[in-house]
Ligand binder design. Structure first.
Ligand code: C5P
Length: 342
């Protein structure tokens, strides 16, 4: 069992003792039910109430529902200008048999506005751009902060390339690849929120990160039957999930109706430097000129192919990350997502 702090909040209609206690009970019961919290595992509970609530302590609700031997406190919430009125917030610290990602923070009535990311469903963010523009690093950061799933579509093309390389199939031979496509079974799973990709039952998440596979991936990406097969997997993942998906054709093709579209770019020199650094972190010493050349080749192939080429969607926001750090890019995109959620 791990110790977690679970958050929640609710608004009340009137500043009366009955309303305060009734709503606090409702909020506590929902948090307890949805997180399967046992009474004896609750360590402490902290309530706050906005300045306009003063007719009763929300803590009374804890005793009413049988929580009698945990430490409880009630405080006044910071009185921030234009903040949500008549709101009771709570934080429960408890021992739970859950993974952190499965914790459910509960926001009820008008308090839903405090965490719009928790109450929406099927919100999609498309991030496209050339190799090394920072898509995956930034997307992972955003997905973690907003509790979205992150899908890396490039990994799927890499997996097809890996299959071909392993079988000695030329990645640019469309007929040979097409003859084998039915034997390529790709599956996506999530481990602690991180995408894992399986090729015919084998986890190849690490194996696809080589220069050879990268080169092969932009060759197989030109083949119609490959794109068709992967498109289905990509669209299925976007159903019912709040998703951030990156690639080359997400905003223009895979998720044409994405709620937010970003085209992330950076100068090729900066992208090559980042790739070298990334490889070095995995103890692979890379030649800068070679990496730069292979990025340029991939850019060319991706931008000039006939089907679903890399290009900015008309309604995408362009961010050039050459002189921005990860936090700056992530914050720009998060700001945009939050504006679109409201
Ligand atoms: O993003 P990553 O470098 O892993 O992508 C590998 C290759 O897969 C790209 O160079 C591109 O050719 C192809 N790709 C694509 N469409 C996507 C994602 C990747 O054609 N949506």
């Amino acid at each position: 069992m791990e110790i977690y702090s679970i958050r929640g909040a609710i608004t009340i209609e009137e500043n009366t003792s009955e309303n305060i206690i009734k709503n606090s009970e409702y909020l506590l019961k929902e948090i307890i039910k949805q997180n399967k919290i046992e009474n004896e595992n609750i360590i402490n509970i902290i309530f706050s109430a906005t300045k306009d609530i003063d007719k009763a302590y929300p803590a009374i609700a804890t005793r009413n529902i049988g929580i009698t031997d945990s430490s409880i406190m009630c405080l006044q919430e910071m009185n921030v200008e234009d903040s949500l009125p008549m709101c009771i917030r709570v934080m429960i610290t408890a021992k739970l048999d859950l993974a952190k990602k499965d914790i459910k923070h509960i926001y009820l009535k008008n308090a839903k506005k405090l965490r719009p990311d928790l109450s929406i469903k099927g919100f999609s963010v498309a991030i496209d751009g050339p190799a090394g523009s920072g898509k995956s690093t930034v997307s992972k950061r955003i997905a973690k902060e907003l509790n979205f799933i992150y899908v890396d579509t490039g990994a799927m093309f890499r997996t097809v390339a890996l299959y071909c390389i392993n079988k000695g199939i030329d990645c640019s031979n469309a007929n040979m690849v097409a003859n084998n496509i039915e034997y390529i079974n790709i599956e996506i799973r999530f481990l602690d929120g991180i995408q894992q990709i399986y090729l015919n039952g084998e986890n190849v998440t690490e194996k696809i990160r080589t220069q050879e596979v990268a080169k092969g991936s932009s060759l197989v990406a030109k083949i119609p039957c490959v794109r068709e097969k992967l498109l289905k997997i990509q669209r299925d993942l976007a159903k019912d999930n709040n998703i951030i998906m990156d690639g080359r054709d997400v905003g223009t093709n895979v998720l044409k109706d994405a709620n937010v579209k970003i085209y992330l770019d950076a100068d090729v020199e900066e992208r090559a430097k980042r790739r070298c650094k990334e490889l070095l972190e995995r103890d692979i010493i890379a030649d800068y000129q070679q990496i730069k050349q292979s990025i340029e080749e991939r850019d060319y192939q991706d931008k000039n192919r006939d089907i679903a080429p890399l290009k900015k969607a008309e309604d995408a926001i362009v961010i050039n990350s050459t002189s921005l750090n990860i936090d700056e890019v992530a914050n720009l995109i998060i700001k945009n997502i939050k504006e679109n959620i409201k």
